[in-house]
Design a protein around this ligand. Structure first.
Ligand SMILES: Cc1cc2nc3c(=O)[nH]c(=O)nc-3n(C[C@H](O)[C@H](O)[C@H](O)COP(=O)(O)OP(=O)(O)OC[C@H]3O[C@@H](n4cnc5c(N)ncnc54)[C@H](O)[C@@H]3O)c2cc1C
Length: 462
């Protein structure tokens, strides 16, 4: 159990400037990007190296103090909420890009490096790390790996796990372990680095990351299609993918966020439409041109308006409007219930139709947006938690939407993880034997359950 003497011990480990313990400071680390979860930690520590993390964990393990790893706190599943109090171990002061190696096409970074800082540093070298969560300005590389994050570019390039070559991880008992390595091929024993990728801070604290990189793409084009009907938009995406073009991004926003596109697209078309598809193709200039034309041809038969961005500045404006979706929709109401299901691509239109019917049945406003090209949707129900009756209807709607996704062969979370937000659905979505295996792994690596306790599975089922 945590007590005041632990604060002094932590100050001795990381230095007094790297321990935060006032009420105001604790409050700042009591929430993440979800809107219904909050819990105060007892203390926040900001280590600056792996040895300090090791000493913090040894202390916590001996005294059975919960430790919640945290990067930017941008996750939307409650993953970094210190739900049991104790220590928040925040890595944002471990923010060095240790090496970018053009010859080996890899980079080694500390976990607190902000994704956008890494993207900018890589771009200067003509290199590219594709996973691009729309929170790039605030999320850290530790969070990206611990959540196995995705984003628009994952349609063509895959999610974070496809780029993790090696990890240094500090285990609950303080051991510092090196997993994987520097080479793209490595068949040495079990893929233990993958075990920690997507483990949501429950198995160890990631203290160093080596990433596989790609050369930057030579060119890209952005195509915007404004479509009158949601289901038609779903069918359009299915057809694009089936036609043999693999765009780097196919994003979907519905008319809840059309305001962000005013001035970029004709008002009269926006006023009578339901969906904007934002598509990017990339590669060599000749390929890009041919692929963009193929996408335009498919969209033209279904869309009220199809535009190809004339230059990068115009393309950037469309993508900025897309990136603003989450903050825009959040500003429309007191509470949002934000989902993150993923369905097979040939079920996209069915999923949207059934999701809309569910929202009608529960009489709640719903917005659909997401990385539709890989079937990953973020339906958002707009509600107000102060109105219990409305809020409960919203939760029921979301529950039904999850059921719909699962019944179509989809998954509970495409990229946001389980955390606190989705643990009540885990039993429905995962083989019970697989849950038992996860718990057994947890017991081996963290027998005292100090690391991010209360996450992923419900404790009643422990
Ligand atoms: C506006 C917005 C847009 C978003 N868009 C996307 C998107 O497109 N795609 C997507 O996948 N996600 C998206 N997210 C979710 C989120 O930003 C990502 O999951 C992100 O990678 C989290 O990084 P973070 O540093 O903020 O992690 P945090 O929120 O601090 O932590 C996330 C989880 O990782 C664990 N963790 C953090 N650091 C470590 C570490 N060093 N070692 C072990 N565990 C650790 C935490 O315990 C927690 O469980 C979005 C969020 C917002 C608010």
């Amino acid at each position: 159990m945590f007590n005041a003497k632990h604060v002094d011990q932590l100050r001795r480990i990381v230095g007094k400037d790297n321990v935060l313990a006032t009420q105001e400071e604790l409050l700042a680390y009591s929430y993440d990007a979800t809107n219904m979860w909050q819990h105060l930690p007892d203390v926040v520590v900001l280590p600056t190296n792996a040895n300090q993390i090791s000493d913090i964990l040894k202390l916590a393990n001996e005294s059975r103090i919960p430790v919640t790893p945290r990067g930017g706190g941008t996750n939307v599943s409650g993953g970094s909420i210190p739900i049991k109090g104790g220590i928040v171990l925040c890595t944002t002061r471990m923010n060095r890009i240790i090496e970018i190696n053009r010859t080996n096409l890899n980079a080694t970074v500390e976990p607190g490096v902000i994704l956008q800082d890494l993207q900018e540093a890589l771009a200067k070298e003509g290199l590219f790390f594709p996973p691009d969560p729309q929170s790039a300005q605030g999320c850290t590389m530790g969070g990206v790996v611990a959540e196995n994050s995705g984003g628009p570019s994952c349609l063509k390039y895959g999610v974070a796990k496809q780029y993790v070559l090696g990890l240094e991880v500090v285990l609950a008992d303080g051991r510092i372990v090196k997993l994987g390595g520097l080479t793209p091929k490595n068949r040495t024993g079990y893929e233990l680095a993958m075990l920690f990728t997507g483990s949501e801070g429950t198995l160890g604290v990631i203290s160093k990351i080596t990433l596989r990189l790609l050369p930057s793409q030579k060119s890209s084009q952005t195509i915007v299609a404004v479509i009158s009907d949601v289901a038609v938009a779903g069918e359009t995406v299915t057809e694009i993918i089936a036609s043999g073009v693999l765009p780097s991004k196919v994003e979907f926003v519905d008319n809840w966020t059309f305001e962000k596109f005013r001035g970029l697209l004709p008002d009269e078309i926006l006023d009578k439409s339901q969906v904007i598809l934002l598509i990017q193709v990339d590669g060599l200039p000749e390929t890009v041109e041919a692929e963009a034309q193929q996408v335009v041809d498919i969209c033209q038969s279904r869309a009220g308006e199809v535009k190809v961005a004339q230059n990068q500045a115009e393309a950037d404006r469309y993508w900025q409007a897309r990136t603003a979706h989450f903050s825009d929709i959040s500003s429309r109401t007191h509470t949002i219930v934000n989902e993150d299901v993923s369905v097979p691509r040939d079920k996209i239109a069915d999923f949207i139709k059934l999701g809309q019917e569910s929202a009608k049945k529960y009489d709640v406003p719903i917005s659909f947006a997401g990385h539709v090209g890989d079937g990953n949707f973020h339906p958002v129900v707009l509600t107000d938690s102060r109105n219990k009756e409305h809020y409960n209807r919203s939760l029921k709607c979301v529950e039904e939407i999850i059921e719909i996704a699962l019944s179509l062969g989809g998954v509970l979370s495409g990229e946001h993880g389980i955390g606190l937000e989705k643990q009540r659905f885990l039993k429905k979505a995962m083989d019970p034997a697989a849950i038992e295996i996860m718990k057994a792994i947890k017991d081996v690596l963290d027998p005292n359950h100090i690391l991010n306790p209360g996450k992923i599975w419900e404790e009643t089922s422990d």
